[in-house]
Write a protein that binds this ligand. Structure first.
Ligand code: SF4
Ligand code: F3S
Length: 106
């Protein structure tokens, strides 16, 4: 499966959503996750993310490992998002900022 990691928090560009053939993105207040039970490993979303936040599960960086479980946990309670929408107005300001996990809204 593929995993959305920290750099998506408060960026939430949603370009990833438009290319997913199985609509497996789930939306929270300031972050998206991938439902690991639905992702078919097509790889298309990786190149679409301006924040480079999406990784194959086996390639998730060492300091981002918690996001594997977070994607599974949050996808069970968040709702599907199937179309791109406008990102937050300050999305570009948050791109690449470290330690955003504490800002994650559930
Ligand atoms: Fe969707 Fe493909 Fe990305 Fe999985 S790898 S989330 S199926 S676009
Ligand atoms: Fe997040 Fe990147 Fe998608 S910032 S919403 S994973 S395009």
């Amino acid at each position: 499966t593929y995993v959305v990691t920290e750099n998506c928090i408060r960026c939430k560009y949603t370009d990833c959503v438009d290319v997913c053939p199985v609509d497996c993105f789930r939306e929270g207040p300031n972050f998206l996750v991938i439902d690991p039970d639905e992702c078919i490993d097509c790889t298309l979303c990786v190149a679409e993310c301006p924040a480079e936040a999406i990784f194959a599960e086996d390639d998730v960086p060492a300091d981002q490992q918690a996001f594997i479980a977070l994607n599974a946990e949050l996808s069970a309670k968040w709702t599907p998002i199937v179309e791109r929408k406008e990102p937050p107005a300050d999305a570009d300001d948050w791109r690449g900022v470290k330690d955003k996990l504490k800002l994650l809204e559930r």
